[in-house]
Design a protein around this ligand. Structure first.
Ligand code: PRT
Ligand code: MG
Length: 222
């Protein structure tokens, strides 16, 4: 049995077409159920549904043989014990610094002012500002980062942005892009050694699905 860990939402929705193209179908009723273990059309492959930030943990410990996780999640969790063979090109977004409309970020950086940064991505943010030589106080949040600059918790936030709609709705502006992000397939290294044929065949099928249909993977127009 091969177990693939996915998070509900965009990763799940964008991975299913890739799996279908790789010959692994998921019944619509099963996909919409609240089950945390979801069978597929292949009796030897099942899905487990976990929080996005928990995907690397399940794969690292071998509870899942493989999983799909955003580059942002991988950078925060570390990739020890994991192979990252395929960039799936899905769930695309960018990690950026955003501030209240009117906050002069460039000037704050030039002045060397100490900045308060609210983020879920503490490690990425720390590294980014250290490279720029900006002194920051990092405030860890778990969600709704957009609120922090509005109520004086922080000067800026570091968050992922896709359409930019959430920033605009809260009168925030993107002031710097840190990196572009997409979701990757991650693989437990031991699983690859203990089930080389099965895992190899599945990885090859997914790889073909990604290259054959970049539009499925959201990479077509971009
Ligand atoms: O939501 P939850 O707390 O359960 O976990 P999560 O936010 O880590 O999971 P999920 O499913 O929301 O995101 C999974 C992965 O999708 C992330 O790790 C990113 O790699 C990727 N991704 C792609 C995004 C977005 N696009 C995105 N837009 N993750 C989050 N967002 C947020 C964004 O921060 C904003 O608050 O969605 C909101 C809407 O974005 P805009 O810019 O379209 O308005
Ligand atoms: Mg989310």
């Amino acid at each position: 049995m091969i177990t693939l860990a996915l998070s509900k939402g965009r990763i799940f929705d964008e991975t299913l077409p890739l799996l279908a193209a790789a010959g692994i179908s998921v019944d619509a009723i099963e996909a919409e159920s609240r089950k945390l273990i979801v069978p597929t059309g292949d009796p030897e492959v099942r899905l487990i549904i976990v929080r996005a930030s928990d995907v690397p943990t399940y794969v690292r410990y071998g509870a899942a043989d493989l999983g799909v996780a955003g580059r942002d999640v991988l950078l925060e969790s570390g990739t020890e014990g994991l192979y990252q063979p395929i960039d799936l090109g899905i769930a695309r977004c960018r990690l950026c610094v955003a501030a209240r409309d009117g906050f002069d970020y460039e000037q704050a950086v030039r002045r060397g002012a100490r900045m308060r940064v609210a983020t879920k991505y503490v490690d990425c943010a720390r590294q980014h500002f250290a490279e720029k030589g900006v002194h920051v106080d990092l405030i860890k949040l778990y969600g709704s980062m957009e609120l922090a600059p509005l109520v004086g918790l922080a000067d800026v936030i570091v968050d992922v942005v896709s359409s930019g709609g959430t920033l605009r709705a809260n009168r925030l502006v993107e002031v710097e892009e840190i990196m572009s992000i997409s979701a990757r397939l991650i693989v437990n290294q031991a699983s690859l050694k203990t089930q080389p044929e099965r895992m190899g065949a599945l990885l090859a099928a997914i790889d073909r699905a990604v290259t054959a249909a970049p539009s499925l993977a959201g990479g077509g127009a971009k």
